[in-house]
Design a protein around this ligand. Sequence first.
Ligand code: SF4
Ligand code: SF4
Length: 363
Amino acid sequence: MDLNLPNRSLTQGHWFKLICGASFQHLPAIRTLSLVYALAGADCVDVAADPAIISTAREAFAIAHQLAPEALDRGFTPSNPWLMVSLNDGEDPHFRKAEFNPEICPTDCSRPCESICPADAINHSGVIDDRCYGCGRCVPICPIEQIVTRSYVYTPEVIAPIVLQAGIDAIEIHTQVGRIDDFQRVWQAIQPGIDRLKLLAISCPDGGELLDYLWALYELIQPLPCELVWQTDGRPMSGDIGDGATRACVKLGEKVLATDLPGYIQLAGGTNRHTVPKLEIVGMLHNRDSTPVSRWISGIAYGSYARSLLSPVFTQLEEMMPLSVQSNPCAIETVPDLLWQAVSLASELVHQIKSPNRVLQVI
Ligand code: SF4
Ligand code: SF4
């Protein structure tokens, strides 16, 4: 079977990463997302640093492998994705959960928190912890200002051996400008397993002195025995908010691209259906060298937008499963029509960047 190869995607500029979410722990959704996007051709799936989640994603990849011949027959291009986990070196919006006390909600509240939540993580009992991925949209909307977020920072010496033993292909370290000592602690903690990794990703949002900071990190991690990806985090967790969310991520990608920093550059934070068309226009995709950008980006990571594309499928799947089993992984492969419908939806997004004949088309 000729499956997509992740490292080839990086070198050829059509790497697609699915971000399940550094805080997202809803196992049924992670299983479905991993399975569907593997069948659709994703190169990498990024999950929270938790052995149960790693095992769930691995299980989904194994099922995708079994279904790959059928996917090829149906005209899809399945992959054998790398599994990545995200760690943080300090406070970071990707690593937090919302919470509130449902007992003090006024009975006449129209519950705007519930309707704005993109993860269906709020009900009358409060925040469903494993579904919340920390986007923060519910916080400012509460009329009695009772929603807060709880951040967490991994202890690198504790979490690194756990995730390395759980069997992963890649680690992403989320950092911010000015945290080099914190970054170094995480870097030291993953050293014992670095030879087993295929890829190290470093995710950083924009900030003053960003480029100097990235160069300092580059010097720090030498020699690196695996691939290196810089994830430029434009506007974190915003791809599903609206079409304009992609502007910040393209702008940040352009800024980092212009530095000639060694390693691959991959966009995130605000990526959606408009990202590839926008990159085409500004000449930041492979073989599009007509503009004065010195290089092209190697890929794109999609989080909230990729997940929201499958929302109708999740709704149908939950309706089909009795409430008693909804807390367990719901096997979408037992409902083939729904599975292939989901793969079709995911493929449209994956193939925006993978198609050799990209067109300025939005889905
Ligand atoms: S809106 Fe965002 S932060 Fe609030 S509960 Fe939902 S996922 Fe969590
Ligand atoms: S918006 Fe605030 S008060 Fe209203 S239901 Fe949500 S948490 Fe309770």
